[in-house]
Design a protein around this ligand. Structure first.
Ligand code: HEM
Length: 156
C-alpha cells in the first residue's frame, strides 16, 4: 500500500509539472482532431479548397456536383465532418446513418471507391490549412474519420 501511495504521489507530481509546463495532458485523437478542425473552420476557404481538391481528383466526381449550389454544399459539409468527429467522440450516429442513406445506390449512388478520394482530399486540405499540422496529427485524423466514412460507405 505504501508503495502504491508513493507511486500515486509521484504521478501527481509529474502531472502538475506537466501542467506547469503548459502541456495539455494526454490529448486523445478525437481531442486533437476536434481542435484541428476548429482551426481549419476559421476560414471558409477550407471548404472551397476541399471541393477544388476533391473535384479535381476525378471527372466522375466533378460531374456529381454540376447542378449543386456549392455555397450551400460547403455549409452542409462543414456540419457533416463535424458529425463524423462527434460520433468518434461517442455521440449518436443517427445523422451519419441518414448520410449513408442519401449517398447509397438508391439515392446519390456514390461509389464506395470514391470515399478514398474524399478522405485524401480532406487530409490534403487539413495539411494546407492547419498551422499546427504534423504527420502524427494526420494519423489522428485518419483514425477519427475511419468509423464515420466506413458507416456512410457501408450503407451503399
Ligand atoms: C464520408 C464522406 C462524406 C460526407 C461526410 C458527405 C457529406 C455530405 C452532406 C452533409 C451532404 C448534404 C446532405 C445530404 O444531401 O444528405 C452531401 C451531399 C452530397 N454528397 Fe456527400 N459526403 C461524403 C462523401 C461523398 C462522396 C465520396 C461523394 C462523391 C461524389 C459525395 C457526393 C455528394 C453529392 C453529389 C451530394 C448532393 C449534392 C447536391 O445536393 O446537389 N459525397 N454530402
Amino acid at each position: 500500500m505504501a508503495i502504491f501511495g508513493r507511486k500515486l504521489r509521484m504521478r501527481a507530481i509529474i502531472t502538475s509539472f506537466r501542467l506547469f509546463q503548459g502541456h495539455p495532458l494526454q490529448m486523445n485523437n478525437t481531442d486533437l482532431v476536434f481542435q484541428s478542425y476548429g482551426r481549419c473552420c476559421r476560414k471558409d476557404e477550407f471548404f472551397v479548397d476541399f471541393y477544388d481538391f476533391f473535384m479535381s481528383s476525378s471527372d466522375a466526381i466533378r460531374n456529381r456536383f454540376v447542378d449543386t449550389d456549392m455555397a450551400a454544399q460547403r455549409h452542409l459539409l462543414r456540419n457533416g465532418v463535424m458529425q463524423i468527429i462527434l460520433v468518434a467522440r461517442g455521440m449518436s450516429d443517427r445523422k451519419l446513418r441518414d448520410l449513408g442513406e442519401s449517398h447509397n445506390r438508391s439515392n446519390y449512388n456514390i461509389k464506395p471507391e470514391w470515399y478514398d478520394l474524399w478522405e485524401q482530399s480532406l487530409l490534403k486540405t487539413v495539411r494546407a490549412h492547419d498551422p499546427e499540422w504534423t504527420p502524427e496529427l494526420q494519423q489522428a485524423w485518419r483514425e477519427v474519420l475511419k468509423p464515420g466514412i466506413d458507416l456512410i460507405r457501408g450503407a451503399y
